[in-house]
Write a protein that binds this ligand. Sequence first.
Ligand code: G1P
Ligand code: ZN
Length: 552
Amino acid sequence: MNVRIVATSPFNDQKPGTSGLRKKVAVFKSARYLENFVQALFDTIFGAATAPPGSVLVLGGDGRYHNREAIQVILRMAAANGVAKVLVGQGGILSTPAASAVIRKYRCLGGIILSASHNPGGPDGDFGIKYNTGNGGPAPEKITDAIYARSRVLTSYRIVDAPDVELDQPGCHRLGEMRVEVIDPVADYADLMESLFDFGAIRELIGGGFRLCFDAMHAVTGPYAREILERRLGAPPGTVINGIPLPDFGGGHPDPNLTYAHQLVAIMYGAADDANPAPDMGAASDGDGDRNMILGRHFFVTPSDSLAIIAANAKLAPGYAEGIAGIARSMPTSAAADRVAEKLGVPCYETPTGWKFFGNLMDAGKVTLCGEESFGTGSSHVREKDGLWAVLFWLNILARRRLSVEEIAYSHWAEFGRNIYSRHDYEALPADAANGLMAHVKGQFAELPGRRFGDYRVKFCDDFSYTDPVDGSLSTGQGLRIGMEDGSRIVFRLSGTGTEGATLRIYLEAFEPDLARHRVDAQDALAALIDIAQELSQLKQRTGREQPTVIT
Ligand code: G1P
Ligand code: ZN
């Protein structure tokens, strides 16, 4: 088969962010754009003209618009670059955690995942591509930086001329010298889940009338959830809603939070009439299946609490029966997990935002569980956060403890105290306004310690930085923290994943040890901190915004 060397002029906007390269679909569809990036990726990971002999890659995506076309291009380029074999998810589908699991199980060189995570899809939506290394985790910065550097100097890419590979049936194909194996995208992942959790106990719970509603948001987890929840665990058909992956996610925004998962929220918070009560548990996942939201009946579990509750109950799941080595949480995530770690006598690491910081800790065996406030929870079973894994962990806990979701949360707070928590997002701000606001907050740092705001007194403030305990690398500028004397906190941070303008995130946390005050509404309990945050940042003057775009 003929390898064509196609001349290209380099691009200068292909810098992968924390979750790969994300751009509008139209950008990815423009001539040579995808090809340029993929060649830069191959040049970087192969470090030579062609792939080392026997190299196996995993390839799949979240099913969004342009997924199939991109897969065919990448397959033809992989063949031209000497890759020995590619494992492709049937239909071009592989969730991010499933891709991670497949890379690890078959000891592949790495994997290419096509996704823009929770960003909307469709012709006017976003597309993305990310590379995961042999440990199953996102490529470290030294690799993504090298890809970026290469993408700016490339003058040609390699591709073979060949018809499209049939992706809709499992089977083996040849593309020149390269083998393409179309694999069941669900089976390996489902088997892994079955090895970690007590499926027997969950089956019994469900058989006893426990009702679950899982919203796949027309994104990648539909086939996974149907196989695991409805087939293997016996939940009735219809337990999974919006279960068919669609290229535009049905026009929705596949982000499992209280704003975007509105159908699920309506079901779980619906008027409780006796004839038709809300399900016992609700859950949702995002575009590529790595995020999760857990709801009880009329009850929202913050992701920070979810991590802490999973950690406190970990031994109930067979895969974690021996206990956990440690916990890691991103800096803006509440300190609820820290309290559990302390009680368990295991370390708790505070890392910058982004999953990649957890990988080193897991590879070094320092932590078993990790999580972020942004609906990401996971463990060392893969090297990505994992939406369905979290749902199954909760089901395992519920099956063993036979309490409601709400009762589990209240009993947790009774034992550990409650870290009342909320995040306010201001999306699509002009970059100047957002940067000015951050500079203004930071500019007050010298005079803030000791200052009183009503009941609060500032104890410390800093711009968070982190030294990786495994490789010693330093990450600076990771968010502005203002800590109060009673342990309450305000954090200001600019998003690294938005594609439109700047997104400001304000993270608010207040610790409440008093059991009698655990039934408060989070926004009410945080009102004073919200006012302080607005005052310190001159939010209204600088952004003209009266309300956050999203509150979680
Ligand atoms: C967001 C989340 C962060 C997560 C990332 C990728 O990043 O806040 O926790 O790791 O998406 O899913 P941000 O937009 O805040 O930079
Ligand atoms: Zn995602």
